[in-house]
Design a protein around this ligand. Sequence first.
Ligand code: COA
Length: 214
Amino acid sequence: MITAAAPPALPMRGAARGPVRWAEAFGDGPQAPLLPAEAAHVAGRPERRTRQFTVARTLARRALGQLGFAPSPLLPGAGGAPVWPDGVVGSITHCDGYTACAVAPAGRLASLGIDAEPARPLPVGILGLTASAAERAGLAQLPPGLVPWDRLLFSTKEAVYKAWYPLTRQWAPLVEMPVTVCPDGTFTTHRDGQTLTGHWHHAGGILITTIALP
Ligand SMILES: CC(C)(COP(=O)(O)OP(=O)(O)OC[C@H]1O[C@@H](n2cnc3c(N)ncnc32)[C@H](O)[C@@H]1OP(=O)(O)O)[C@@H](O)C(=O)NCCC(=O)NCCS
């Protein structure tokens, strides 16, 4: 079943919102037929992966259509990052219960990163692997009970990673993606002397995080 979020949950705000186009779905999500190259890519993969890949491509075509792009295969490239049509930057996320794709003209943004996670605490041990001591101390200062902050921090780091990877082409552990989460729906990260602000949202049992690099 598809449960549309209204208004859209993807927290693209401020400067990022203007050039960004997106499509998102709660629940199982729509599954339009894959293009032949995409179908070949997922042939023989587990059903869950095929479904996630298909919903993501369905939503990606909707988002790209808003930028005027006709359907074309959207395949994973180096490091798993999607190979967008020339002139486009974008990001995809899927977790149980939510899928989204955000895109923008490359002339307007350098990169985009989005991530979604179930709004449940992280499994034991993951925070220690992915967050620095300073970040873990910062989580302890946040108001208890609002959201599972450890999972939110993890999601912000994945969004930052997805935004940086297409620019650097270098794998890096999440612990090296410094993030400060704020309870007002924003987070900040630092890179090359710049402070960048992302946004987070809690909707329908899902934590959704986005960052746009200008
Ligand atoms: C790549 C990564 C960010 C994906 O995040 P995830 O929560 O597992 O999965 P999501 O559904 O949110 O995102 C998957 C999408 O991310 C995109 N993606 C994958 N690798 C990417 C990369 N290197 N750069 C940008 N986007 C990428 C793809 O579009 C993928 O969907 P698709 O395969 O259908 O095209 C994650 O697996 C990862 O490698 N993180 C960094 C490494 C790390 O330290 N991990 C620690 C885990 S304890």
